[in-house]
Design a protein around this ligand. Sequence first.
Ligand code: ACO
Length: 335
Amino acid sequence: MPDTSQDNPRRAAITGVATYVPDRIVTNAELARTLDTSDDWIVTRTGIRERRRGGPGETTSTMGAEAVRRLMAAKGLAPDQVDVLIVATVTPDMFFPATACLIQDQVGLQSTWGFDLSAACSGFLYALTTGAQFVASGVHRRVIVVGADLMSAIIDPLDRTTAVLFGDGAGAVLLEPAEPGFGILDFLHRVDGSGRNDLFMPAGGSLKPPSVETVVAREHFLKQNGRTVFKFAVSQMAESVERLIDRNGLKASDLAVVIPHQANQRILDATADRLGLAHDRMASVIGRYGNTTAATLPLALDDLVRAGKLERGDLAVFVAVGAGFTVGATLMRWG
Ligand code: ACO
């Protein structure tokens, strides 16, 4: 694990955020019309009230492209001013070409290179860390990091244990050189492949190429061992935040906010309890969007910024646990 805690004179900061979610809202009541579930079960067990679903023609790249367009408009960036585009997703439009290429083409970016990155719900954080290195090294000045997932493409509409959890959405942030003392201060990541069978899509890759049998067996949909993922997420989210702030000489009470991956409100509340934080110090948008995988963190950040809840100088930690398992936490000073 890299120790990035030493003082690094050149850092990257998030200098802008923008998001896109499809217009179509799917409520719990609507799901309960076709699934053996209820609004009460979903709200009590997950905190989710509604989620968005892409319409005809909407894909991960079209959602990501719209988030990038909004970000560039907000920052006044010209098409030739973005150096790198990194896209975190587990629902690329296709295996290849990379979603980054599709977004570059749709937005008309003129001098960009880029690539996709797969780390499920930790994907945005892994992409953020990767992009930050280009800025910190001085190689590039402007990096756009996108987290986008059209989860409706890989969710089994007949499986009540997963169909109620996930939604579609996209977010994008701009990374630029930080002012001294501001920006991304430290990160901590880990992968643990022992979780490979607890959250996965069995078929479609080189292990099980698509066939009539895999389609009939519904193996092109996400499968999850919910209880195991839940326990892993609760322990790892809190532990990752603690380790990260501890090695930076901070306490949880020093943080203005924790911005966690949005998988289940109970995971957020349990993490807050373990950290000794009030529940409202954990940013939460899960009620409106469900779990949008790589998009949850920029959606939650955008919500905080719009609500004026992040002020210059505030310390904040992003934290995520995802399929793999993948784990990530990032410490930043906003401004
Ligand atoms: N409606 C009604 N009943 C349901 C539903 C539903 N939608 N889903 C499951 N149930 C039933 C189960 O069948 C079970 O019934 P049984 O007792 O008769 O067998 C009962 O509810 C309890 O099931 P549990 O799985 O024990 O329910 P739990 O309280 O653990 O909640 C949940 C399930 C919401 C999936 C939870 O385990 C969870 O959030 N897990 C973590 C998910 C997560 O964090 N994913 C993150 C990563 S995502 C990524 O990386 C792409």
